[in-house]
Structures are given as C-alpha cells and as structure tokens.
Design a protein around this ligand. Structure first.
Ligand code: ARG
Length: 472
C-alpha cells in the first residue's frame, strides 16, 4: 500500500490505493512523453486563472517560475518521480506544489485531469504530426531528386511498367518514382487537414461540465495556438477523433510506404536486378556470406501491419463509450506514440535507402524493351489509320500469338504483314515504346516536364502550409 495522503483524491478515501491498482492503472510509464505539452497547458491555465482573478499576480508568478523549474528538470533529465505519481499530470502538479507551496496548490483550480489530459494530448499530436509530415516531405524530395537524376525528358531511364505484376508498357523511371511522391503528398495534405480540424482547445471544460468559477477558455486557447476553444464541455473531454484521425493518416502513410518497400524488395532481387542498395542501407546474413538484404524495405512493408493495428485498436476502444470521460481513454496514448515513433523511423530509413541506391539502367531498359511491350503501340498505329480499336486489338493479338508460337521476332512479323509493314515495325525497336506515351500525365518524356512542374508546385504549397502550421 502506498501512503494515502500522497494521492490527489485522498480526502474522501480512508486508505491509499493498492499496489495492484497502481500497477494496472498508472499511465506514467508512457504518458511521461507528454511532459512538455502538460507544462505548456499549465502555463496557459495559470495565465487564465490570473486573468480571472483566481490567482494573485505574485501567486501566478510563483507558479510560472515553478513550471519553469520543472521544465528545466525534465529537459536535463533530473526530474524525480515518486511512487504516488500516477501519471505525468499528477507528477508535475505535485512538483509545482512542492516548489511553489500554497500558490502551487491553486494550479488545479477550475481544471480537471480530464480537460488537462485532452489539452496536453492535442498539443503533443499537433507537434508530432508536423514532425511526421516534415519527414514525409523529405522522402518526397528524395524521390524527386532520384527522378531528376534518372531524367524526365528524352533519354531518361525507363523500365517496364506493370499491371498484375506482368510487364505491361515501358514507363520513365522518373514517372514511376513521382507516382509515389504524389501519394505521399496526399498524406501530407491529410495530416495538415487533421491538424486544422483538431486545433480546438478543450481546456476549461473541467471534469465534464465546466465550472462555477469565472474562467474564459478563449484567450487560453489562443495562447496555445488553438483556433478556438470548445463549444461543448462533454465533447471537449471525451473527443478522441483527433487521435483516430492521426492514426488513420499514419496507417495510410504506412500502407504507401509498404508499397514502396515491396517494390524495392523486388527491384533488388537477382531476378529483377533493377537497383542496388548502398551497404550502409542493407544488411547481411549471419550464415550466408554472400547475402545482401533489403531489410529496410521489408520492415517498411512489415510495420504497416502494426500501424493499421494501432488504428483499429483505438477505434475498438472508443466504440460504445458513454459520455464523457472514461478511463478507457487512457488507452489512446500508447498506439499514438508507437505509430508516430515507428513511422518517423521508417521515413528516415527509406529516405536514406533511396537517396543512396543505384539504378541499373541497362537491366531496367532491357526488360522494358521486351518486344511484346509494343503490342499496344501497334494497335494504336492501326487506330490512327481508322481501324476500330477492337479490330486492331485482335489483329495485334494474332501477331503476338504467331510470334510466341513460331519464335519469329515480332518486328519481322510486323514488317512482313499486309496489315502493318515497315513503318509499324519500327515501333518495336528498343526505346521507342516509352516515347509513345505522349498523352497528358502519361509515362513518357513528352508530358513529363509538365508533371515535374506540377510536382514542384505541389511541394512548395505543402512546405508553405507546413511553415504556417509550425507557427501556431
Ligand atoms: N492518465 C489519465 C489519462 O490518460 C488521466 C485522466 C484521469 N482522469 C480521471 N478522472 N481518472 O486518461
């Protein structure tokens, strides 16, 4: 049993909490990550109490100084926890009261841990989501640098594009890399929208219903960079939509990273041989001396399972919870902290892996110059001469069948055919296919420069939004 008097609610209780209760319910082991944001919230609260006349100027000053001291102790790693500290919020209030005495004992006036924890968690989420989106933008820029190096225009590296993982049509490598950049830019956009939506302060909602004391939540909200204060106290303390949204944003981002990861696993196999990883970004085998493995790419793929699990776990926790605060809500933190930590690590590792990798241009292009990859171009050549597409498709299909059955090169069959001839046969030559992808947004060099400009513009918009949100 711990000391009864050490606990915030000791007045009504004749004994202290059991060890089992503390072991099961304490959140300090994980919510200590919130120290910075709890202090930010407490500073704003003290200023609000002073404005309301609930703290005298000298009392408010004493509490602010105590909060500065506690901040220093956390920053230097010298903060001492005691057994009765149930969570980071009780620990900080206890220490502030030790330092500031009676003034410190006024810190929790017109505040409950319910609005306090919701405030600290919003501040933490806002700050850390911006860290995630910043690293997504670094990965986007890495992909664009690789695309620049591969070349967007004529003479750029090209590789087979796939559908059903079967070779389909040649595409520029820059176009392929940019496809991932676009999906990641949507992730950044989604994170920014989540931050805009969640940027409402719950502080002042109290335990669930507000307070009889004359506080004003609005200036307090502004001081913390929130767009506004809550309109409904019950919603303010029980809403965890922002955690669910953050976990969804990260889960979908993780799905995008898993798709990138899977491609690099394939590309670095002996069978594909499209890319080679730098030694610093690959691993060896403990037994097989020749091995070089793409573990970063595999874990980028593998971690997505856990990121999805964190989202579904939280949704299950939230389902059916009656208003307002319930202790179940404490379960919001570990999945959130875990998803942020894991995705930040994945983004850093993938960015480094891609920035240092080398592409095998001959190997990629030889695969893309597969003679059958020009089949659609032969059909479209007929279309330009007025042949209905369905008929053109069948004529080329028959030619392909003949090529496979006889082993005669497609170029020879096309040249000798009455339907095609030498001009059509020229489309089968190496390197021609990719240049035929001319339509807007297509995979060839002609539309590529317009896409590059769009991508550059989208990145600067995202960077600007990022700076605006950082300034909150
Ligand atoms: N550690 C708790 C949490 O994270 C703090 C709120 C506790 N509130 C309460 N009424 N027991 O949710």
């Amino acid at each position: 049993m711990s000391e009864n008097s050490g606990h915030l609610w000791h007045g009504r209780f004749s004994s202290g909490p059991s060890d089992e209760l503390m072991a099961f319910t304490a959140s300090l082991p994980f919510d200590r990550h919130l120290w910075h944001d709890d202090i930010t919230g407490s500073r704003a609260h003290v200023n609000g109490l002073e404005r309301a006349g609930l703290l005298a100027a000298d009392e408010a000053e004493a509490v602010r100084r105590a909060l500065d001291t506690v901040h220093g102790e956390f920053a230097s790693g010298s903060f001492d926890f005691v057994d009765s500290d149930e969570d980071i919020h009780t620990a900080i209030e206890r220490r502030v009261t030790e330092i500031a005495g009676d003034a410190g004992a006024k810190l929790h006036t017109a505040r409950s841990r319910n609005d306090q924890v919701a405030t600290a968690l919003r501040l933490w989420t806002r700050r850390n989501l911006l860290e995630v989106s910043d690293r997504v933008l670094v990965l986007v820029e890495t992909l664009v640098s690789s695309a620049d190096a591969a070349g967007w225009g004529d003479g750029g590296i090209y590789l087979p594009g796939y559908t059903h993982l079967q070779r389909a049509q040649p595409v520029q490598l820059a176009h392929h890399l940019a496809a991932h950049a676009w999906s990641l830019l949507r992730d950044v956009d989604r994170i920014h929208a989540t931050i805009e939506r969640m940027n409402i302060s719950p502080l002042g909602a109290g335990a669930l219903a507000g307070t009889s004391l004359p506080i004003d939540p609005s200036p307090t909200a502004k001081e913390m960079g929130f767009r506004a204060a809550f309109a409904n106290s019950l919603d303010a303390v029980s809403d965890r939509d922002f955690v669910a949204e953050a976990l969804f944003d990260i889960a979908l981002l993780g799905v995008h990273l898993s798709r990138i990861g899977e491609e690099w696993v394939l590309w670095t196999t002996e069978e594909f041989g499209f890319a080679r990883l730098d030694d610093a970004y690959s691993t060896g085998s403990s037994m097989l001396p020749q091995k070089k493995n793409a573990d970063i790419a595999e874990l980028a793929r593998g971690k997505s399972g856990r990121l999805i699990g964190n989202l579904t776990g939280l949704l299950a926790t939230l389902k059916g919870l009656p208003l307002a605060y319930n202790r179940d809500l404490q379960e919001d933190k570990e999945p959130l902290f875990d998803s942020v930590t894991q995705v930040v690590l994945a983004l850093g590792a993938l960015s480094g892996m891609i920035a240092t990798a080398k592409f095998n241009q001959p190997r990629m292009q030889a695969a893309a110059d597969d003679q059958l990859a020009s089949a659609t171009d032969l059909a479209e050549w007929l279309v330009r001469r007025g042949v209905p597409f369905r008929k053109a498709h069948a004529l080329v299909g028959a030619l392909v069948q003949q090529c496979i059955a006889s082993g005669t090169p497609l170029v020879d069959l096309a040249a000798a055919s009455a339907d095609f001839g030498p001009e059509a046969a020229a489309l089968v030559a190496p390197g021609v296919g990719v240049s035929m992808r001319t339509s807007p947004g297509g995979a060839g060099p002609t539309p590529a420069l317009a896409q590059k400009a769009q991508l550059t513009a989208a990145i600067s918009v995202a960077r600007r939004e990022q700076e605006d949100l950082r300034a909150l």
